[in-house]
Design a protein around this ligand. Structure first.
Ligand SMILES: NC(=O)c1ccc[n+]([C@@H]2O[C@H](COP(=O)([O-])OP(=O)(O)OC[C@H]3O[C@@H](n4cnc5c(N)ncnc54)[C@H](O)[C@@H]3O)[C@@H](O)[C@H]2O)c1
Length: 172
């Protein structure tokens, strides 16, 4: 199952590529920052695909804000935390019960960022959110190890992409 909230054409294209290679895939639209939408997304995944072996928490946003912390409004702070951190929490919370019940283990891969550890200009919501993903990953790795569920985080460096392109040159 390929989920995206803003780019359904992209999600459909990825699902189509999986099908073209002989796999089963559907594209769905859920906002990972909304726990009720995540609940429905996981319910649908389980009902249509039967089980979830691997969860990749990749959705992320970066909200550009000039002027450092002083220029960061409540809504932007909350939006970045909702998608980048709460989204990971909601998806893990919904997927884990089935993995535990099936007793076959599972894999959870959370996309954090090198910015969880390094400082950057005008990222005072993004960096705490990504550091939170690392903390949540460590916590779940310990908590879920007895169930043979591996939980890891990846911290990429700068990669040119649509959403994150703005971060490559913070002063431009
Ligand atoms: N590109 C980089 O330099 C870089 C570096 C480190 C970490 N990351 C992380 O990698 C991940 C992917 O980023 P990317 O660079 O490919 O950016 P991107 O914007 O191309 O991809 C992010 C995807 O998340 C989707 N999305 C946004 N809000 C969502 C929501 N509420 N619910 C569901 N989907 C939503 C977007 O539609 C988009 O398809 C992010 O978590 C990002 O923080 C990126």
């Amino acid at each position: 199952m390929v989920n995206d909230y803003k780019d359904m054409a992209g999600a459909e294209a990825v699902a189509g590529q999986v099908r073209a290679l002989g796999g089963r895939a559907i594209a769905v639209q859920a906002d990972v920052g909304d726990s009720s939408q995540v609940k429905e997304m996981v319910r649908r995944a389980l009902s249509e695909m039967g089980k979830i072996d691997v969860l990749v928490n990749n959705a992320g946003i970066y909200v550009r804000h000039e002027g450092g912390i002083v220029g960061l409004p409540d809504e932007a702070w909350q939006q970045v935390l909702d998608v980048n951190l709460s989204g990971v929490f909601y998806c893990c919370r919904e997927v884990v019960p089935d993995m535990i019940r099936r007793k076959e283990g599972g894999k959870i891969i959370n996309i954090s960022s090198v910015q969880a550890l390094l400082a950057h200009f005008e990222a005072s919501a993004y960096q705490p959110a990504k550091a939170g993903v690392v903390a949540l990953t460590k916590c779940l790795a310990v908590e879920l190890a007895p169930h043979k569920i591996n939980v890891n985080a990846i911290g990429p460096g700068a990669i040119a992409s649509e959403g994150m392109g703005a971060m490559r040159s913070p002063r431009s």
